[in-house]
Every structure is written in C-alpha cells, then in structure tokens.
Design a binder for this molecule. Structure first.
Ligand code: PLP
Length: 383
C-alpha cells in the first residue's frame, strides 16, 4: 500500500527543477563566492542571481536579502538582531503562538539582555487582534514579531495592520513567513514589514537554506560573526547551491500559487467536512476561514494525538500531532493552549497538511484510515 503523505508543513520534497539548477554549483562550478578568481566569480554571479530572484518574489531589493541556514536562523537574526541593534528601548512583543525559533530568541533577549518580553495572547481561532497588540505596545517597544501563518493550525495573521500598529510607536516589525510561502502573497511592501523569514525546505528547496528579508536601513546585530559575508549581516561561506535552489523553488511556488491554493483549499474543505462527519466529536483548530489552504488540524477529544498518529501510520497515512519541531515532547503544544484549550484536549491534536500532489482519492483513503484508527482506539478504551 503506497503511503499517503499529509505532513507537508513539516517539509516538502526537493523539486526537480531546483535540484537541476543546483547541480552545477555542487560539482564543476563549486567556487567560493568570496574568491577573486574565475571559479569564485562564477559562484558569486550565481549567488547574485539567486538573490535577485528571491528579492523579486518578495518585491524587495537584492541587497535586502540575507541568505541563512534556514528559517530558524533567519528568525534568530531578526528577533535578536533587530532588537539588539535598536537602542530605543528594551521591550519586545511576540504573539503567544509563534514558532519556537522566535519564542526562544525572545527568551534570550529577556534572560541575557535585560529585555521585557510580552507574549501577546491570541483569540480562540489563533488570531492576534491589532487592538490587543496596540494595548500591549509601549513607548520603549523595540521589536514586534508575529508570523504570517501558523505552522500548527494554519491561522493567518493580519500582518499589515499589526505592522502598522508597531510602526506607530516606532518599533520594528518582523514576520515569520516560513509556512505562508507558496500559499500567500509575500509582497513585503504590502505587508509593511521590516523583516520577513522564509525557509527553503517548505517550498521545494533543500533543508538548510533560508533567507531573511531586511528592509534597507533596518540595522541588525549579527548572530554569526566571522568573515563578514552577506554585507556583514551573516558571516560564513554562502551555500551557493542552496541559494540557487531556494530561488528556483520559490519562483515556481509563486508562479501558480493562486490557482494551486484555490484547488487545494477546495479539497481540504471537503476533507474537513468528511472528518467532522465521521468524528462528530472532533474539533477543527485554527481560524475556520483565514487559514492556510493546505492545513486541516483537529483535536479528537477522548483520544491521544500520538496514538491516532500511530494508528494512521499503520494504515499508511503520515501526518503529525502538531509541529514536527515540538513532536516527541510531552508538553502540550503552546499554540493549542494559547487558543484556550486545556492541556488534555491539546494532547489530542492531529495535523494534516496537503500539497499540490495530494489527490482526492488519497484524502478519501485518509478519511477511511482515520475512521478505522478512531474505532480501534475506542475499542481499546472500552476493553
Ligand atoms: N518558523 C516556522 C513557522 C516553521 O514552521 C519552521 C519549521 O517548521 C521554522 C520557522 C524553522 O525553519 P527551519 O526548519 O528552516 O529552521
């Protein structure tokens, strides 16, 4: 029985076009872009080209793109880097549902740099209301970080309004768009952000490459110190092939984004209806409408999320109990408890995330597998 992969928010396969574009820079044209000779210049040209193409997708200038080792590093650079370089105050705000890369970076500001950090609550759908942010902002607020879309529940944040609120008190605004890339427009001017994180492996590029958009004039304290690459904002020899792969994959993800999102959203909505029909006790988590097109996340009260996952895997369906990063931890997800769910309910979460390659037949099979899994667990519970 072929496996059905419904965990695309955890990662995606590398697109053939990205791999083919990367190949020359891993083999013959393997130069270090800082070298002055022909091989180096060839690599530097490829890096420039990748930077231009990533910038074009974001509506940014090439010099505003900093290549990083992925989303985690870009979030660290944005949160710590922007906060520490801005002398106006020591107050930072993050949404309570941010990814650990943002939350832990903010915790370092608190623990090691004397910052006060507010984790601003979200509503029951996971949305951070601009009014809530406004009431938490202070005159000495330096940085606000709110993701464009959540990795566990898919809820989309009103980033443009939130950025406007942050700017009204003179704070910088960063958004983690790792999950939004390929699904939502990433036009940095329309979003009004000072910094934006993307990660390659969520859009068909390899793991270990990402980028931070940093608005011109937004100063950052580097996180990685060394040879001064990336205009001093991120030292370390650049992953030329990775950057090329990111540029190609991101362009492709953007090219048919709207049509793909619409088609997947229709399939996802039918899937949600089927799940709620076979498991009326289930509860959809996240915003019912303002959510990523590919995300269907639920709580199944009366079960354990991890047990449902195991049962599903036995039936050939791969999904996750929340974010892959937090998987394996005993703690209930901070995202789900931030919605107001109690710990016990939060432990019953299962997240299905679709891709363009997902078929209706696969989803129908996944629903059958889910029904069998829940029946099996109920049977066990009754014995
Ligand atoms: N931010 C979000 C919202 C994510 O979902 C992830 C990965 O799951 C990251 C950041 C981290 O990105 P990376 O895996 O490239 O370090």
């Amino acid at each position: 029985m072929p496996e059905i992969h419904l965990d695309h928010a955890a990662t995606t396969p590398v697109r053939r076009e990205a791999l083919e574009a990367m190949w020359p820079y891993l083999t013959g044209a393997y130069g270090n872009p800082s070298s002055r000779h022909r091989l180096g210049e060839e690599a530097a040209r490829a890096l420039d080209d990748a930077r231009e193409r990533v910038a074009a997708v974001l509506g940014a200038r090439p010099a505003e793109i900093v290549f990083t080792s992925g989303g985690t590093e870009a979030d660290n650079l944005a949160v710590k880097g922007l906060a520490l370089a801005n002398p106006r105050g020591r107050h930072a705000l993050v949404a309570a549902t941010e990814h650990e890369a943002v939350l832990e970076s903010a915790a370092v500001l608190e623990r090691m740099h004397g910052f006060a950090v507010d984790r601003v609550p979200v509503d029951a759908d996971g949305r951070l209301a601009p009014a809530s942010l406004r009431s938490s902002l202070r005159d000495d607020s330096t940085l606000v970080s709110v993701m464009l879309a959540n990795n566990e529940i898919g809820t989309v944040q009103p980033v443009a309004e939130l950025a406007e609120a942050a700017h009204a008190v003179g704070a910088r605004f960063h958004s983690d768009a790792v999950q939004a890339a390929g699904w939502l427009p990433l036009d940095v001017a329309a979003l009004g952000v000072d910094a934006l994180t993307i990660s390659g492996h969520k859009v068909g590029a390899p793991k270990g490459i990402g980028a931070l958009y940093l608005r011109r004039g937004a100063r950052v304290e580097p996180v990685l110190h060394g040879g001064g690459q990336e205009r001093g904002r991120r030292s370390g020899t650049e992953d030329v092939a990775g950057a090329v792969g990111l540029a190609v994959a991101l362009e492709l993800a953007e090219r048919d984004r709207r049509a793909r999102a619409d088609a997947i959203e229709r399939m996802r909505d039918a899937f949600i209806r089927s799940v709620l029909a076979i498991a009326p006790e289930a509860r959809l988590t996240g915003h019912p409408a303002d959510r990523l097109a590919a995300n269907a996340s639920f709580c199944f009260p009366g079960t354990a999320g991890e047990a449902v996952l195991l049962q599903l895997e036995e039936r050939g369906v791969l999904c996750s109990s929340g974010s892959a990063c937090a998987a394996g931890s005993e703690e209930p997800s901070h995202v789900l408890t931030a919605l107001g769910l109690d710990d016990a309910t939060a432990q019953t979460a299962v997240r299905f995330t679709l891709a363009a390659s997902t078929s209706e037949a696969e989803l129908e099979q996944a629903v059958l597998a889910l029904r069998a899994s829940l029946d099996a667990l109920r049977g066990l519970a009754m014995r």
